[in-house]
Write a protein that binds this ligand. Structure first.
Ligand SMILES: [Ca+2]
Ligand SMILES: [Zn+2]
Ligand SMILES: [Zn+2]
Length: 188
């Protein structure tokens, strides 16, 4: 996700059903791990509870369930913070502009599903001053689950950051339809 006025780079997205085929079981279980976090976000339990809310925003409209693992190598979705060059081909850019990025579930081998947050942003656990970690996490987890960007302003997959998500957040109609398309048919 980027701040406004950035150039959008949307990667191609041609096999949206891969996850569905791989997991035909109704109770899809995904695991996640957290390597590190920005000190601006406070303690680990606050970061984990914010992430848990972000996962719930998606599980609410899908048969997916998420659990945490301390085994990074076993995690479907490994989350971490990095600054500038951080071990992949997409270095971050310091404060502003690119806020985070994520890999589609079938992308880049071991990186598939992973989410990286730019450690140089002024992260806030939610609302208030700074960049809303919750809103950005929901957006990036959408990519982890296979969703691409949406031109719909009401979608959390809109490519530009539009401020804090607020207390009573739900993913947009467009996002729900995308989840049904990707995972809903598994339940039929
Ligand atoms: Ca940045
Ligand atoms: Zn994005
Ligand atoms: Zn990265």
């Amino acid at each position: 996700m980027e701040q406004a006025d950035a150039t959008i780079l949307v990667r191609s997205h041609d096999t949206p059903d891969v996850y569905c085929i791989l997991h035909s079981n109704f109770s899809l279980s995904c695991s996640s791990s957290l390597d590190n976090w920005s000190p601006k976000l406070g303690n680990e339990s606050l970061v984990l509870s914010t992430l848990s809310r972000a996962f719930s925003a998606w599980s609410e409209y899908s048969p997916l369930s998420f659990r945490r693992t301390s085994r990074r190598d076993k995690a479907d979705i490994a989350l971490s913070f990095g600054r500038y060059s951080h071990g992949d081909s997409y270095p971050f850019d310091g404060p502003g502009y690119v806020l985070a990025h994520a890999y589609y579930p079938y992308d880049y081998g071991a990186l598939g599903g992973d989410v990286h947050f730019d450690g140089d942003e002024d992260w806030s656990p939610g609302g208030g001053v700074g960049t809303d970690f919750f809103a950005v996490a929901v957006h990036e987890l959408g990519h982890s689950l296979g969703l691409s960007h949406s031109p719909d302003q009401g979608s959390i997959m809109f490519p530009y950051y539009r401020g804090a998500a607020g207390e009573d957040f739900h993913i947009g109609y467009d996002d729900i339809l995308a989840m049904y398309e990707l995972y809903g048919k598994c339940a039929l």
